[in-house]
Design a binder for this molecule. Structure first.
Ligand code: MG
Length: 217
């Protein structure tokens, strides 16, 4: 039986539903619940903020627990979001600058969701943000560039900061190649093969891994 959701949860989900993005409602709910649990172990971090749809779920859980959500995005859009491409959206195209800029919409979302004191946007590339990073993380959500190279970089840059017991979550994991690109899944499989994680049941296209505690000999 599904747990009854309180009014605060419903308000959050209704707000998230109005935000542009590619996250399904059940995926948002899973992110929210995982972040609630993970936040006791450290702050959370996501790669791929876009307009803040997932940041509403993750950030609200972090706010409840009193920890920070870091969210990384260069905000220049993916390859498929560029003018003339399949996912081009004129509402995130800055005519004056002649480029995609999703950052204003992220700020608007964080303001509406009252998350400005909880979510720290990092307007840069994952690799740059990771360069001098030292803070242990309770949860890492990988939903940035969907090329193999980008997803692999995100995994390699951030997994080392994930605490034992923390969650490593990938978006857009499609077991059937007909349903979507396979690059995130390839990286997900690489993570599983590393024996550092326990695999949890998927939620829609969320691949969920829990980092194991190191075995001492
Ligand atoms: Mg995604």
């Amino acid at each position: 039986m599904k747990e009854m959701k309180n009014d605060n949860y419903k308000t959050m989900a209704a707000l998230a539903a109005q935000v542009k993005g590619f996250l399904a409602e059940d995926e948002g709910e899973a992110l929210y619940n995982l972040a609630l649990e993970a936040a006791s172990q450290g702050p959370c971090l996501e790669i791929g903020s876009f307009c803040g749809k997932s940041a509403v779920y993750l950030g609200t859980a972090c706010k409840i627990k009193g920890v920070t959500l870091f969210t990384i995005d260069h905000h220049l859009g993916s390859e498929e979001q560029q003018p003339g491409q399949l996912y081009f959206d004129p509402e995130i195209y800055d005519e004056r600058k002649g480029e995609i800029d999703s950052f204003p919409l992220l700020r608007e979302t964080l303001r509406k969701a009252e998350l400005e004191n909880t979510v720290v946007p990092m307007v840069t590339w994952s690799k740059v943000a990771a360069r001098n990073w030292t803070t242990p993380l309770g949860l890492v959500f990988i939903d940035g560039g969907h090329s193999y190279e980008a997803a692999l970089t995100d995994y390699l840059c951030w997994n080392e900061h994930l605490v034992p017991g923390g969650y490593l979550i990938f978006h857009d994991i499609y077991l059937d190649p007909a349903k979507g690109g396979q690059a995130p899944y390839e990286v997900y499989k690489k993570a599983v093969a590393s024996s550092q994680f326990d695999e949890l049941p998927m939620v829609n296209s969320l691949g969920i891994l829990k980092k194991r505690h190191a075995v001492m000999f």
